[in-house]
Design a protein. Structure first.
Length: 72
């Protein structure tokens, strides 16, 4: 399980993405794709996520929504 998803839960919820036990793993995989980091590389993905949120929160969220929605 991801070591950073719990830190994003409020931000994702604010933008309409519900994090729950059923979708948590898939959401983790999709976020790895969005930031282009090999799956299960938690420290590196968290570094990239923080950078993306700081630089362009809306763009990051839209990319996650797009990736997460297209993988259903």
């Amino acid at each position: 399980m991801s070591c950073y998803i719990h830190r994003l839960k409020e931000l994702l919820a604010k933008h309409g993405i519900d994090v729950n036990p059923e979708n948590r793993s898939r959401l983790d995989e999709e976020i790895h794709k969005v930031v282009d980091v090999r799956y299960k590389d938690c420290p590196h993905v968290w570094t990239e996520v923080k950078k993306r949120i700081k630089d362009d929160e809306a763009g990051f969220i839209e990319a996650v929504k797009l990736e997460f929605g297209s993988s259903k």
